[in-house]
Design a protein around this ligand. Structure first.
Ligand code: SF4
Length: 409
């Protein structure tokens, strides 16, 4: 048995004491109403707080002038107005992409990315926010900067939705009616390993009295946590499901998405297929394209076979070139050839472009840079290990490495 790989760098997740007060945006309306009731206050006070929290321009409880001063003080003692202590922003793509690094109360850093897709003939303008659900990630995909950090902790519900409140506020400040049109859970972390809080966050984002975004404008992405997919399916036709597939063959996926050692490709796609049938909604399959890794004709044919006849859509995204791996992005011509082979099976394919490569827009990259650079010797060892693992995978050998710790039963 090979020993599990340690994180490349120590990100210092949770090195400070966490503020025990819950973030107000993560508190359920009924719990907030109960809090007021305990103080002999009418239930409409909860509505006033929620309106100020989700719709107004207030930056603290002190700004909520519809409340008496004593209540503002009591609220600030019981709850945090926002769970984000400070943040830094980096723009790229000529201002179309804005990446945010959010510092949380315990010193953890998580990221969100705001992407602008201008409208055009027959094309609606979109503002999409990609948000994080965990600090770090236990899955450990080797091409992903978050995977390099290891797992820190699950985010609280408020820590998830405060990324959205912040971006919505920044957009409102730009004027001109700019507003968030789509939210994707594709930032740091595996959302289905923090599913209860992700579901609470989605409820807040979807509720008309809170953020009020249509369910179909919310995408939940997973690397393949099968019980979580099945739980989403049981909830009904609500939001869009995306599967981070990256490879259709188990031996290769064992290396690229280590969670595959627990839930292999066939099980993941079977659960996604059931989800598509039950909801009538198309499932997106994402593949990060790695030159000479997962972009061969054999990989394209395996993918076509796997998804033939399914209600599915494939997105191909060139690998971000800066991860500490021996791999590079697939050349454009190779990606086009791969797409053509999959399309021949009747499966729609879109080739996407990486946003913000120049500012480290890959998931987790800013947080990784913030944590410091790994030692050259550690990077060299990791590269060698990955080269050996991918060579074994290309021969068709399944991995004998353990399922990553924290991935669940
Ligand atoms: S790609 Fe997603 S699931 Fe994989 S390590 Fe990164 S954040 Fe986790």
């Amino acid at each position: 048995m090979i020993r599990p790989e340690l994180p490349l760098i120590d990100p210092g997740f949770g090195s400070s004491v966490r503020d025990p007060r819950p973030g107000v945006a993560g508190v359920k309306p009924e719990d907030l109403a109960a809090w007021f009731e305990e103080r002999g206050e009418p239930a409409y006070r909860a509505t006033q707080v929620l309106d100020a929290c989700w719709r107004g321009s207030a930056r603290s409880f002190e700004d909520v002038r519809t409340l008496p001063g004593s209540l503002r003080t009591a609220l600030a003692e019981a709850f945090r107005w926002t769970t984000i202590e400070s943040e830094t922003f980096v723009e790229s793509d000529g201002g179309l992409t804005e990446k945010a690094l959010h510092a949380l109360s315990d010193g953890s850093n998580v990221e969100s990315v705001l992407m602008h897709f201008p409208g055009g003939p027959g094309r609606r303008e979109r503002w999409t926010l990609c948000i994080s659900s965990q600090a770090g990630c236990a899955v450990g995909c080797p091409f992903c900067a978050t995977g390099e950090l290891g797992f820190g902790r699950d985010l609280e519900t408020a820590e998830i939705v405060d990324q959205v409140r912040g971006a919505a506020g920044r957009l409102a400040g730009r004027g001109g009616g700019a507003h968030l049109t789509n939210i994707v859970f594709m930032g740091m972390g595996e959302p289905l390993l923090n599913l209860n809080r992700v579901l609470e966050a989605i409820a807040a984002l979807n509720a008309p009295r809170r953020f009020g975004l249509a369910a179909r404008a919310i995408t939940v992405s997973t690397s393949g946590v099968v019980p979580g997919i099945r739980r989403l399916t049981d909830l009904g036709p609500q939001f869009t499901l995306a599967i981070s597939l990256h490879a259709a063959r188990d031996a290769l996926r064992d290396v690229l998405v280590p969670l595959n050692r627990r839930w292999p490709v066939a099980e993941v796609v079977a659960a996604a297929r059931d989800h598509a049938r039950a909801t009538g909604r198309r499932v997106s399959y994402e593949l990060t394209m790695i030159g000479g890794g997962n972009d061969t004709d054999a990989d394209a044919d395996a993918l076509a076979e796997l998804l033939r006849g399914d209600l599915a859509h494939v997105n191909l995204i060139p690998m971000n070139p800066v991860a500490h791996t021996p791999w590079r992005a697939s050349p454009a011509l190779v990606v086009e050839r791969f797409a053509a082979r999959v399309r021949r099976a009747g499966i729609p394919v879109t080739i996407r472009h990486n946003r913000g490569v120049d500012v480290g827009a890959a998931c987790g990259q800013l947080a990784a840079e913030h944590a410091g650079q790994p030692l050259a010797a550690v990077v060299a060892r990791r590269r060698q290990r990955l080269e050996e693992a991918s060579a074994r995978a290309l021969r068709g050998d399944r991995s004998d490495e353990p399922v990553p710790a924290g991935v669940g039963e």
